[in-house]
Design a protein around this ligand. Structure first.
Ligand code: NAD
Length: 480
């Protein structure tokens, strides 16, 4: 049998759960966030049969209704275009539907306390919600069937999006790594040398006997070299039944992800990002890469991690500058999402930002469309970093880049937020060098810079051609 699906990439995302668990409410928003069609199975049944569920129930009896439900579920699940599908509470009673789900969908079980569910549906006139005691008994009966189809559990929109991408966010999750790394095969742990000394032992203990080998890569960006990759290629022992676990910031997950993409023509991997940048951005979405001299991220592959384990408690040991780098990405994400995510406490920040990135990347795993929005502020940021010979902290460069993008978008209030939250100081670099770097940026086509701008918070536009003079002026304002 084919291995269990570990994410909703390129396949239906089905929402299962009891009456009142919020499948329609959550499903509608999740579909919108994923840019997918939302199909409510009950609505689809009513549309096809031309009458309401209550009428179908009384006219056909429950057995007759279930037959119809099974037919419609089969058709919906067979439709090729990946959708978000809210299943009726009883749809999982059908063995055929359970099999179809296993084959054709990634199924998230929306957990709900039965008392809450009863409050939501009591008096709704639903055929199976007419008495509280019977309702609770039905919940108990159905639970094992829901568990049987569930690839993951969730209670809200963000948790559903995270589950759909294979991302697990939880304080203390590092101690559960043994269970969180999918499968039961052998694992090789590859850690940033600095992080290894701080958190490596906890990861090893949690992985237990599964951890057959440990490797270290140089701390930070120095890990992303052909030499480090070659060392990994020549020392890795696992076959395709095993997997790699990357413990470190974005530099580590980038190189280890690339090693996983290429070792034995591809093995599964789990990312355990230990920086704020890693947890809200770099660890998610399957882009992996190493650098070549003078060319960042020049060689890489798309290789989606089977799981991403974000433990916000690992961030307590992070240096201030690294935290500021992450905060710039949090502000960027909040601007794209149209929510002040930077105001949340760190664990909630990680959860919301990771869910945002997960949704965009499921929509566009190969970076051909909506994922472009994640470059907000980065075109200017990269130009400043290049002009500074990469001596400029990434967070400061992104913060300045956000300022420029917001000013060009005419969003002065949001520009003020960036100033208040990130306080970016202008940089002292050569203006012409920065301009040349910006024009060379891969987002420039035929010399006219293509930018990500915002029509409003939460309303990004990418590939926007902006007059050169305006771009140059915005860039100059960032330079001391
Ligand atoms: P990093 O991995 O370069 O690490 C920065 C420093 O923080 C290192 O010295 C490291 O040892 C230290 N560190 C990491 N975790 C720590 C912890 N918990 N406690 C104490 N110290 C810790 O930093 P980063 O900002 O996460 O990653 C930057 C890299 O990520 C860049 O190479 C960038 O290209 C890449 N990136 C990739 C993607 C992607 O989608 N693949 C997205 C964004 C960035």
């Amino acid at each position: 049998m084919a291995p269990e699906p570990l994410n909703a990439l390129g396949r239906h995302l089905a929402l299962a759960g009891f009456m009142g668990s919020g499948k329609t409410t959550v499903g509608t928003v999740v579909a919108e966030r994923l840019g997918r069609t939302f199909v409510d199975l009950d609505d689809e049944i009513e549309r096809r049969a031309g009458s309401a569920i209550t009428e179908l129930f009384s006219a056909r009896g429950e057995a007759g209704f279930r037959e119809l439900e099974e037919e419609v579920a089969r058709d919906v699940l067979r439709d090729g275009e990946p959708a978000v599908i809210a299943l009726g509470g009883g749809a999982v009673l059908s063995e055929r539907t359970r099999l179809d789900l296993r084959k054709r969908a990634f199924t998230v079980l929306l957990d709900v306390d039965p008392e809450v569910a009863w409050e939501r549906v009591a008096g709704s006139g639903r055929p199976l919600a007419r008495g509280e005691e019977a309702f609770h008994a039905l919940h108990r009966d159905r639970q094992p069937l829901y568990e049987a189809v569930a690839d993951a559990h969730a209670r809200d929109v963000d948790a559903t999006l995270l589950a759909a991408a294979g991302v697990h966010v939880e304080v203390g999750a590092i101690d559960e790594l043994g269970e969180l790394v999918p499968g039961d095969g052998p694992v090789e742990l590859v850690a940033d040398a600095h992080v290894s000394g701080i958190h490596g032992i906890r990861a090893q203990v949690a992985l237990g006997a599964r951890d057959v080998e440990q490797h270290e890569v140089p701390a930070g960006e120095a890990a992303k070299t052909p030499a480090v990759l070659e060392r990994l290629w020549t020392t890795l022992r696992i076959g395709r039944d095993g997997s790699l676990v990357a413990l470190g910031g974005g530099s580590t997950t980038d190189v280890v992800g690339f090693a996983a993409a290429t070792h034995m023509r591809g093995v599964p991997w789990t990312a355990v990002p230990t920086t704020l940048v890693g947890q809200v951005d770099a660890g998610i979405g399957g882009k992996t890469a190493i650098d070549l001299p003078g060319a960042k991220n020049a060689v890489g592959a798309f290789h989606w991690p089977d799981r991403v384990v974000c433990d916000p408690s690992l961030l307590t040991t992070l240096a201030d500058e690294e935290r500021r780098n992450g905060l710039a990405e949090v502000v960027k994400t909040g601007l794209l999402a149209g929510e002040p995510l930077w105001e949340l406490r760190e664990p909630e920040q990680v959860r919301a930002c990771a869910a945002f990135k997960a949704a965009i990347c499921i929509q566009d795993p190969h970076d051909g469309g909506p994922r472009n929005q994640l470059n907000l502020g980065h075109t200017f940021g990269h130009a400043l970093e290049a002009a500074a010979g990469y001596a400029l902290p990434h967070g400061r460069a992104v913060a300045l880049g956000l300022l420029a993008a917001l000013r060009l978008s005419g969003l002065t209030d949001e520009a003020r937020v960036v100033e208040d939250v990130l306080a970016p100081e202008p940089v002292r670099v050569n203006r012409d060098a920065a301009w040349t770097a910006l024009a060379r940026d891969k987002k420039a086509e035929r010399g006219a810079p293509r930018l990500v701008l915002l029509d409003a918070p939460g309303k990004p536009r990418w590939g926007v051609e902006v007059p050169q003079d305006d771009v140059r002026r915005a860039l100059d304002e960032l330079i001391d």
